[in-house]
Design a protein around this ligand. Structure first.
Ligand SMILES: [Zn+2]
Length: 238
């Protein structure tokens, strides 16, 4: 079980550096082991995979959030279309942020169980930059083969896609994998009262609105993930 500080991303001491990944790419030890086994199996099949982002702390998530809220980073709707933030109410702005970025304290990336995966080969020359958009994982995209392999094999290593398809909360993220057992444990520990306490301590933009709506936000953006069975099914990008 994670401590309160680990669960909400304040601490990183439940995670460790993963061998063979960039500096700073961290996961819980058993998750890292399972990931390495999966990466090796993919390599045997001629598929290269690497992690774009694994553990992220509260402060990192708070920076992303505040930049979006304050108009320093773009906002998109659930179809990925750019929004004009000047026309949005606080609630609409927060809804747009939550479609693509987690609330600080409520990111699955805090848990050390979740990570974003890609195929580094097409990006190795530096000419092309990974954007983490669905098109990169669809047919003719640079991560298509990796994604097809993961649909078939990720579950053999204990992983699933919590954002396999859009179902009214977080947008589809074909790059985001989660270690089912440990992530479910962490997820079950999250509660509105503790999260409110954490948010109260830090300068999170739009915090008053978020705290007021937190039960609804938790239901729609934290709890409404895809069933693990979808991972190996064929209902993608629906
Ligand atoms: Zn992710």
């Amino acid at each position: 079980m994670l401590t309160l500080e680990q669960l909400y991303g304040i601490n990183s001491n439940h995670t460790e550096q993963i061998a063979g990944e960039r500096d700073g790419v961290r996961l819980q030890e058993p998750v890292a082991q399972a990931y390495i086994a999966m990466r090796d199996a993919a390599a045997d099949a001629g598929i290269t995979m690497a992690i774009a982002s694994a553990f992220r702390d509260f402060e990192r998530q708070r920076t992303i959030w505040n930049r979006k809220f304050n108009g320093e980073a773009p906002l998109y709707n659930d179809r990925g279309e750019l929004l004009d933030a000047t026309n949005l109410s606080v609630g609409e702005k927060i809804e747009a942020i939550l479609t693509w970025s987690a609330l600080p304290g409520a990111s699955r990336h805090h848990w050390g169980t979740d990570f974003d995966v890609y195929d580094p080969t097409p990006f190795s020359t530096g000419e092309r930059k990974l954007e983490l958009i669905p098109a990169e994982y669809q047919e003719s995209g640079p991560c298509y083969e990796l994604h097809q392999w993961l649909i078939k094999h990720a579950r053999d290593f204990g992983f699933f896609f919590p954002y396999a398809r859009y179902q009214g909360g977080v947008a589809a993220e074909p790059w985001h994998l989660s270690q089912q057992h440990l992530a479910n444990q962490a997820h079950a520990e999250i509660n509105v009262e503790q999260l409110t306490n954490v948010l109260t301590k830090y300068d999170v933009a739009g915090r008053e609105y978020v705290i007021e709506q937190l039960a609804e936000i938790k239901h729609r953006y934290i709890d409404s993930i895809c069933n693990a069975d979808i991972t190996s099914g064929d209902i993608w990008f629906g």
